[in-house]
Design a protein around this ligand. Sequence first.
Ligand code: NAP
Length: 246
Amino acid sequence: MILHGKTALVTGAGKGIGRAIALRMAIEGANVVINYSGSEDAAADCATECEKAGVRTLRIKADVSDAAQVEEMFARAVEEFGTVDILVNNAGITRDKIILRMKEEDFDSVLDINLKGSYNCMKAASKIMLKQRNGRIISISSIVGLRGNVGQVNYSASKAGIIGMTKSLARELASKGINVNAVAPGFIETDMTKALPESEKEKLLAVIPAGRMGKPEDIAGAVLFLAGPDSSYVTGQVLTVDGGMV
Ligand code: NAP
């Protein structure tokens, strides 16, 4: 139980990759703050599963793109658990379109939730972690932020932005005992990729050396490494988890 006694806040934890991360944290002994914005039932189910590991949970509905809601979420987490030791910026959306069809609101909503949402949470978490001079901030980027992708100008900008923020904040906070890293998943089986047409999935599978899509648990394992004691000298890094794709 490498996270025994810690408190982890996972954004977008009701489903997909966030849920797998929350469960993994719970199994390793961390109390988990489960953030969601719309999937209330999924968040409740995630909490029930986490609690089976013997830890406490707190479900908080908050839109990560709204700084006031994020502040309030961290305040409630501190009220309940005393602190936040681990932040996982997982919440994210896609609004895929080729550039000529991409509307301003497609660009803005993806940047607001994926990038500004991560910034809002990084800022709120930093305040708490600086006081205790200890903490881990892990953000879910994407291989698309490293290599780009057709139809994802908005999404790749948000995910590349997360990498830039991670590297800058890692430098700001390294001497204060706070490590800041990112995980860049490849092609993972969740609702986000379910929407892709079969022809697109076949093309993607053909370029994954591992020969399969990743599972949310594959990402949770990498996040756990970055949240746990074995990565105490690792900061400012992007850990790619993509079956060899990039
Ligand atoms: P998903 O199943 O669609 O989950 C997305 C999560 O984000 C949901 O829990 C959702 O919660 C939450 N969310 C969306 N808008 C939010 C907001 N404004 N405030 C708070 N939470 C919000 O997708 P996923 O595949 O698990 O994605 C998780 C992360 O991994 C995302 O950042 C995604 O970009 C990244 N990623 C995924 C893949 C992949 O292949 N699946 C690859 C690379 C990176 P609600 O339903 O409650 O809104």
